[in-house]
Design a protein around this ligand. Structure first.
Ligand code: NAD
Length: 319
């Protein structure tokens, strides 16, 4: 354990920095694995035994209590959302267990309000906090190419940046403002992407019904001012082979969408479109279930069209 001097930031590096990692799911498991592979001492905790055993086999140390993971120099959480963050940081005693100068990095998609009590407890101890949610899907976590949006004090974000560079694409690690802004930016990214998904599904449905070849329509949209990253990358996986990204559960996508609606209300912001997109996602969750992939709302439109939207299916012009 390092000795914290409030006047100077610490050096975060393998051999010097011990990391506690809590939440070893689709995202957390590969992320913790990268930190182990980079040479960090990593203490892992999850309520599920299987990912813990997997990481121990790769060189991590299992701890029996979440508070043990928190007695590290840096505690990283990658949990489903606000409820589990409270379970770990407050009920599980992680916030109380952290040492002066240690840093809690919450990489979950959440809201600033969910971290407030824990952050206040850390401040009383002299520990620090950064929120650093990510984009890039589970394949980005596996490839260590995540986009990371960090909110926190300049010195703390700079101090823990070496860890972000192990997990993400160095060109897309952004310090977006003070504590809480990382959560907010990430929620807004998600919601715009969800809106792209719904709008693209609707446009492709109309195109297919009007008899346009879907590959040609996608190429035309990509060559136009209506191009988007969703059109360029994500929808290709649906149109090619019906891959709706089962590595991000629709239940979690709906959690994110609901948090974005709450954020709009909380800030008195306009949110007509956001509310509509949220309802489409909630409807898809009811149809396809909690564990269905995050892009399943696209299938609602396929169901309405009466067939899968796939490359190579002959266009059928409506009467
Ligand atoms: P997941 O459900 O696969 O993993 C969550 C893990 O947390 C599980 O292993 C679960 O056992 C563990 N957990 C739950 N409650 C716990 C507790 N009280 N104590 C200890 N462990 C607990 O979720 P995920 O897909 O890895 O997502 C994690 C976070 O990352 C979420 O906030 C999600 O919104 C966000 N996110 C996910 C993706 C994605 O593509 N999967 C992409 C970007 C962001």
């Amino acid at each position: 354990m390092w000795h914290y001097d409030a006047m100077s930031s610490r050096v975060v590096e393998p051999g010097r920095t011990a990391i506690g990692f809590v939440g070893l799911g689709n995202m957390g498991r590969p992320m913790a694995g990268h930190l182990v592979a980079a040479g960090y001492e990593v203490r892992v905790y999850d309520v599920a035994p299987e990912p813990v055993a997997d990481l121990v086999a790769r060189g991590a140390t299992a701890v029996a209590e979440v508070a043990e993971a928190a007695k590290a120099d840096v505690l990283i959480t990658m949990l489903p959302g606000p409820t589990q963050i409270a379970q770990v940081m407050l009920e599980g005693g992680a916030a109380e267990a952290m040492a002066p100068g240690a840093v809690w990095i919450d990489m979950s998609t959440s809201v600033p309000q969910a971290a407030e009590v824990a952050v206040a407890r850390l401040a009383a101890i002299g520990a620090r906090a950064v929120d650093a949610p990510v984009s890039g899907m589970a394949h980005g976590a596996r490839a260590a190419t995540l986009q990371i949006f960090a909110g926190g004090d300049d010195d703390v974000v700079a101090e823990v940046r070496p860890l972000f560079e192990v997990l993400g694409d160095p060109d897309r690690i952004l310090h977006v403002g003070g504590k809480g802004t990382g959560y907010t930016v990430k929620l807004l990214i998600n919601q715009l992407w969800f809106a792209h998904l719904v709008a693209t599904a609707e446009i492709l449905s109309i195109g297919a019904n009007a008899g346009v070849d879907l590959a040609v329509l996608r190429q035309s949209l990509l060559a136009s001012p209506a191009a988007s990253n969703f059109l360029a990358a994500d929808v290709d996986r649906i149109l090619s082979d019906g891959d709706y990204d089962e590595s991000f559960a629709l239940a979690l996508a709906c959690k994110d969408s609901g948090l974005a609606v709450d954020l709009a209300r909380h800030t008195g912001s306009p949110s007509e479109l956001l509310g509509l997109v949220d309802q489409v996602f909630q409807r898809a969750r009811r149809h396809y279930g909690d564990d269905a992939g995050e892009m399943r709302p696209f299938q609602l439109y396929e169901d309405l069209v009466g067939r899968p939207l796939r490359y190579g299916h002959a266009p059928v012009a409506a009467e």
